[in-house]
Design a protein around this ligand. Structure first.
Ligand SMILES: NC(=O)c1ccc[n+]([C@@H]2O[C@H](COP(=O)([O-])OP(=O)(O)OC[C@H]3O[C@@H](n4cnc5c(N)ncnc54)[C@H](O)[C@@H]3O)[C@@H](O)[C@H]2O)c1
Length: 372
């Protein structure tokens, strides 16, 4: 990385909406990072955060980007603003770590990565859930040969629709939303972590109804038009030859399928929800009579949203962080390509690739139990 990272890495957050609370719960526990400033298009939201966190300043958006104390901007804005904010941060010579997806489209995401490479700054991106003990223990089991050579995986995310709990669910039902782009980043990042990058995809998709009715909040009873696929299926052909089957649905009511299963020549794994940091990993080997739970053997213990930023801060200069821009770009291209394949009826070759991120050894993340 061209720009040096000095520790603790000083962070400014842009975007003080729904998800910031989860970051604010984790960042004070991380010794390699220190939050110094917050900003939002709505200054009152930034001020409310600053009021609760001594030492954290509320600034204007550009003021935060230009602030001498800020080394990295944590971009928690909405997906449509991810690329624009990231490009402004990079233009100021700062590192940037964003919420998922890396950008609304892979074309915008490519601009972000190109600008960062030119400026010599680092790009990181959620999800960092895959650095937690759940996915990392499963990865360790695969790497240790507990299931033999991996053959296939299934990834299943089923919910009858976010309009049942979200007061403003409109963005889930337009292009750029839908179950794949909303939840797929967790599943595709986990599949790449477990089985490596994807070479090609085949997709098929549908939607059951042209409008949804909001169930909660002041708009309850109001219909929301649907202009995107709400049930998306796909097959990912990994470079290794393993095949992952994906089912992402805002239409199906419920499921008893595991979020993720991975099958190898001599065993099968049940892998916990990749939207969470922990969870039980279960193994069934060829001659076993039943499933057994594996001991936690890898990953950040007690992880929360933000551990990817600490991981970035501790990554050697010049190395790609585990929750890095290249993985996020690859995941975005895979998801876009599943949808493209669904509409064209043809397999799509994935142009990008990325290294399987380095495994995370079992690591205590909570260095100090109380906020600094
Ligand atoms: N809400 C969740 O449960 C959740 C979970 C995981 C990931 N995420 C991701 O987190 C991101 C943010 O989601 P959220 O739910 O917090 O959204 P939100 O709408 O609640 O908050 C976004 C905030 O960003 C601000 N903002 C928007 N554009 C901006 C800009 N150009 N400059 C400065 N500020 C701007 C808005 O004013 C708002 O306060 C999204 O990428 C989402 O996918 C959200």
């Amino acid at each position: 990385m061209g720009q040096p990272v000095t520790l603790p890495l000083t962070i400014g957050i842009i975007g003080c909406g729904n998800i910031i609370a989860q970051y604010l719960a984790t960042l004070p526990r991380l010794d390699a990072v220190r939050l110094v400033a917050v900003a939002d298009l709505d200054p009152a939201r930034a001020q409310a955060v600053a009021d609760d966190y001594p030492g954290v300043r509320a600034l204007g958006v550009q003021e935060l980007i230009d602030d001498d104390e800020v080394q990295l901007v944590l971009n928690l804005t909405v997906p449509a603003a991810h690329a624009e904010v990231a490009l402004r941060v990079i233009a100021a010579g700062k590192h940037v770590y964003g919420e998922k997806p890396l950008a609304a489209t892979s074309a915008e995401a490519a601009e972000v990565l190109a600008a960062a490479a030119e400026a010599g700054v680092v790009v990181g991106c959620a999800p960092d859930t895959v650095l937690g003990t759940g996915i990392q223990t499963a990865r360790r089991a695969i790497d240790d040969g507990l299931i033999g050579a991996p053959i296939s995986a299934t990834a299943t995310m089923v919910t009858p629709g976010h309009e049942r709990w979200h007061p403003n669910p409109d963005f889930y039902y337009v292009p750029g939303g839908g179950p794949l782009l909303d939840m797929g980043p967790y599943y595709v990042s986990a599949l790449v972590t477990l089985l490596g990058p994807v070479a090609s995809v085949i997709g098929a998709a549908s939607h059951t109804r042209d409008s949804r009715v909001i169930s909660t909040g002041p708009r309850a009873g109001e219909p929301v038009p649907v202009s995107t696929d709400t049930h998306v299926t796909g097959v990912l052909v990994h470079e290794s030859g393993a095949l992952s089957t994906l089912v992402m649905s805002f239409d199906a009511v419920a499921t008893q399928s595991a979020n993720l299963e991975v099958h190898g020549e001599t065993g099968s794994l049940i892998v916990p929800d990749p939207n969470h940091f922990d969870g039980e990993v279960k193994l069934h080997r060829l001659d076993d009579e039943s499933w057994s739970t594996l001991p936690v053997s890898a990953g950040y213990v007690d992880g929360g949203r933000g551990i990817g930023v600490q991981d970035l801060a501790l990554t050697a200069r010049g190395d790609e962080p585990r929750a890095g821009g290249k993985l996020a770009f690859h995941a975005l291209e895979v998801m876009e390509s599943v949808l493209r394949s669904a509409h064209s009826g043809r397999a799509v070759i994935i142009e990008s690739s990325c290294d399987r991120p380095a495994a995370v050894p079992l690591t205590e993340v909570s260095l100090s139990p109380t906020p600094r």
